[in-house]
Design a protein around this ligand. Structure first.
Ligand code: 13P
Ligand code: SF4
Length: 320
């Protein structure tokens, strides 16, 4: 961790944000949970960094009074579903998710009604309303394991990510009805550029998150959640990796596998669109201000929370 010195023009910001956040953590009895896609500074100040499943587990187990969620809205909502009596803060309330947005509750209710007798398994990257309409929640690290536990004659709706759904179908041999949602970040990776990179870096292993399209996944020697990718880089004898997921994770890869070389998989056009624009809305400054002002806070109706809690609990039971 380094000392972050911010000039005072904003007036309300202290000179040393890291120290000020540490003080607020003690004052509020707060825990900072951060996803691997957050800015390196936020990862460094967090008490716990993880993938969606690890963060949900950490939220379920914390004794803190305040949870500061350095991630996106559905993740902070998940923490609130598990902790109705705690104050859950999200540094920027606009930190949404294209995948969660691709599944509006009214349209999903109609989709469900059109497929009676189907069990609904929803990826955690969805709103509390969609969770409330689901039977079981899953994440990218336990989706295969959960689907494998469902009796073979039970029909399944899988929502909202069609790419993860397709990957789970391949891995399990199960047929599922897929909601056609996707993540703008994971759909941006260029198969052509990955093939070019593999040609110029013949020793590099391509690794990918299952939210990527099949055209990208077929070039990967390993596919897994962010935590699984991080673990794989440390264990693999390879020294170089082409990483097809949001490049925020490379901060941890460099820390945990020092000396290895990580190349972010590029998007087709010359943009930064392999960075999640929602995750990157959170900054150290906003994190500090959210703790200082105890806002923006995640709120939801108790009806939705209780309905969303059930499939969350099923997930936690089925993925021990
Ligand atoms: P995981 O944290 O399960 O790897 O998912 C990645 C993601 O896109 C989170 O939004
Ligand atoms: Fe959503 Fe994709 Fe960003 Fe993850 S990376 S939060 S799925 S938009």
């Amino acid at each position: 961790m380094f000392t972050n010195t911010i000039a005072r023009p904003q007036g309300t910001l202290p000179l040393d944000l890291f120290a000020a956040i540490e003080d607020l953590k003690k004052e509020l009895n707060a825990v900072i949970l951060a996803h691997y896609y957050q800015d390196p500074d936020i990862q460094d100040i967090a008490d716990f960094i993880g993938d969606s499943l690890q963060l949900a587990r950490a939220a379920a187990q914390t004794n803190a009074d305040v949870i500061v969620f350095a991630g996106v809205h559905f993740m902070a909502e998940t923490a609130k579903i598990l902790n109705p009596d705690k104050l859950v803060l999200l540094p920027d309330l606009d930190a949404g998710c294209s995948l969660a947005d691709s599944c509006p509750p009214d349209q999903f209710a109609a989709f469900k009604a059109a497929h009676p007798d189907h069990l609904v398994i929803s990826y955690i990257n969805c709103t509390a309303e969609i969770k409330a309409m689901s039977d079981i929640i899953c994440t990218s690290s336990n989706a295969v394991k959960i689907v494998q536990q469902i009796p073979a004659d039970q029909q399944i709706i899988f929502a909202p990510d069609r790419n993860l759904g397709r990957y789970v179908m391949q891995q399990t041999g199960r047929d599922m009805v897929l909601w056609q949602g996707s993540c703008i970040v994971h759909e941006t990776f260029s198969e052509r550029k990955i093939v070019e990179l593999k040609a110029t870096h013949p020793q590099a292993e391509a690794i990918a998150h299952p939210e990527c399209e099949t055209s990208v996944l077929r070039h990967a020697s390993y596919i897994g959640s962010t935590a699984a990718l991080l673990n794989y880089c440390q264990k693999s004898p390879s020294q170089e990796f082409i990483v097809a997921t949001e490049p925020g994770i490379i901060h941890q890869m460099q820390k945990l596998a020092p000396g290895k070389h990580f190349i972010p998989a590029p998007p087709e056009s010359n943009c930064n669109c392999n960075e999640c624009p929602f995750m990157r809305l959170n900054t150290l400054e906003k994190l500090y201000l959210s703790m200082k002002n105890r806002t923006p806070e995640i709120v939801m109706s108790e009806d939705i929370r209780l309905a969303a809690l059930k499939p969350m609990q099923r997930m936690l039971e089925m993925s021990v």
